[in-house]
Design a protein around this ligand. Structure first.
Ligand code: AMO
Length: 447
């Protein structure tokens, strides 16, 4: 049997018999000729039956001039998976890729029901109900090829730097970030919690002497929130590294990773992104702008927007305003907001040596939305215990975590970054639902 050819490779393939497999996107059934648009994971191609002049029988010149139409094609429902063998022909007039295939045989592998529960313009909830059909759209297919390329580029950089990839448990005995967002699950006679972040275990790797580590894995947050950027389960990109002088070292690595990821995506998918999303992807220049949070709030205020509560984090409107400022002033899509107040940061963030009301920490904002939090961690056990008490928490409850610091640990820091948010902003999508393989929210657990 001829070997299957991916549709994207047909243009470079020589004319002759080929075999392609995929699903039927469209059938145009005309009087003398039938067309099928066949799509596979790599692209789409036009298949043709009929309309071809055959050697006419000299005795009967009107015979067999047309290849007969076939009911097999008439009966093909959209979505049906087929394998086709036929004659590949390069033809510049064919808009779809400049090639077409004259069908010789069709093997119907599995038929699709004739109704189409979802279309590209269906609302997002309907599309998520039928996510496997929604994912057949080329834009969606591209999202996950981009995700693959992006993560591959990050991994390549980490591996080049000698970082170790870890997989930390998602079942935990205690909270890893705030108690408010904790999912509790039954665990035999007791209970367990779903990890909100690999925070404690990535720090543990520092005490273990691993040096640089990274993890790409699920994180769970019981956020009863229906915004475009919140999910109850998301993919967190985490890294942690030893022997840093301050959060500045973490930001430098962060920038390098973002630039590596976006460069790879642009190089590999830039043209397709332009075609399918109408976006000319830009690779940011380094260094990214850095603005202390307090200063950012002042800048935003001067622009006419006051962030509610002086002691609070930037709110979404504040983030949009600071992005507008950075775009105007530096023509940059990213900005690090640094030196967050101790009052709005977790206990494990290191505080400034000369001003304990500020932390060695940052948020990374991409096109006006937070994608990441990073910090230098407090590694001195006595200070850490004080900071825990300071937050009204009981150090005894964090005993296992504090043990990491009792047997020696280097200075360290790291960041966590939401993969789905990065993709949403990169592709200018309205919600992380569009770029999450299977979204999880307060009212969505299926499929
Ligand atoms: P933080 O809680 O800021 O920090 O989370 C880091 C990043 O994770 C993403 N994120 C989310 N994405 C989708 N839905 C959610 N509900 C959600 N919550 C968070 C965001 C956010 O910026 N341990 C620290 C990181 C560190 O210091 O290393 C942490 O988890 O993109």
């Amino acid at each position: 049997m001829t070997e299957r050819v991916l549709i994207k490779d047909l243009a470079a393939h020589e004319d002759g018999i080929v075999r392609v497999s995929g699903w039927v996107e469209k059938v145009r059934d005309q009087r003398y000729v039938q067309f099928v648009v066949l799509r596979d994971e790599s692209g789409a191609v036009q298949l043709v039956n009929g309309g071809v002049l055959r050697e006419a029988d000299p005795e009967n010149p009107r015979s067999d001039i047309l290849v007969p139409r076939t009911t097999t094609i008439t009966e093909l429902t959209q979505g049906t998976f087929i394998t086709v063998e036929g004659e590949l022909q390069h033809n510049e007039r064919v808009k779809l890729g400049g090639v077409e295939i004259q069908i010789e045989t069709i093997d119907v592998v599995t038929r699709s029901l004739p109704d189409n529960p979802v279309a590209g313009d269906s609302n997002i909830d309907v599309r998520l109900d039928w996510r496997f059909l929604d994912l057949r759209r080329p834009e969606q297919n591209l999202v996950f090829r981009i995700q693959t390329t992006f993560l591959h580029a990050l991994r390549t950089l980490w591996v080049e730097r000698g970082f170790i990839e870890i997989q930390t448990p998602k079942l935990m005995a205690s909270a890893s970030e705030s108690r408010a967002e904790l999912f509790e699950v039954e665990y035999f006679e007791g209970k367990a919690f779903l990890a909100q972040s690999p925070q404690f275990f990535k720090q543990m790797a520092q005490a273990a002497g691993f040096g640089g580590i990274f993890e790409v894995g699920p994180a769970f947050r019981a956020d009863h929130s229906f915004t475009s950027r919140h999910a109850t389960e998301f993919t967190s990109i985490d890294t942690e590294l030893s022997w840093i002088d301050s959060h500045e070292d973490v930001m430098e690595l962060h920038e390098e990773l973002i630039v590596a990821g976006l460069s790879a995506v642009k190089e590999k998918h830039g043209e397709e992104i332009e075609k399918l999303f109408g976006i000319n992807l830009t690779v940011p220049s380094r260094p990214f702008p850095r603005i202390p949070l307090a200063e950012a709030k002042e800048i935003v205020k001067e622009r006419g927007y006051e962030v509610p509560r002086a002691d609070a984090d930037m709110d979404p409107e504040g983030e949009r305003q600071i992005f507008a400022y950075v775009k105007e002033k530096y023509d940059h899509d990213f900005v690090f907001l640094t030196d967050y107040a101790t009052s709005i940061r977790p206990f494990y963030h290191m505080r400034h040596a000369d001003d304990p009301s500020l932390t060695n920490s940052y948020d990374l904002i991409y096109r006006g939305t937070e994608i990441s939090t990073g910090a230098q961690r407090e590694h001195r056990i006595e200070v850490l215990e004080e900071q825990i008490k300071d937050k009204g928490m009981d150090p005894a409850e964090l005993g296992f975590y504090l043990d990491f610091f009792r047997y020696g640990v280097p200075s360290h820091g790291g960041f966590g970054m939401g993969l789905n948010r990065v993709l949403m902003l990169m592709l200018e999508q309205s919600s992380i639902r569009e770029v999450t393989y299977l979204f999880r929210g307060p009212t969505r657990l299926m499929p």
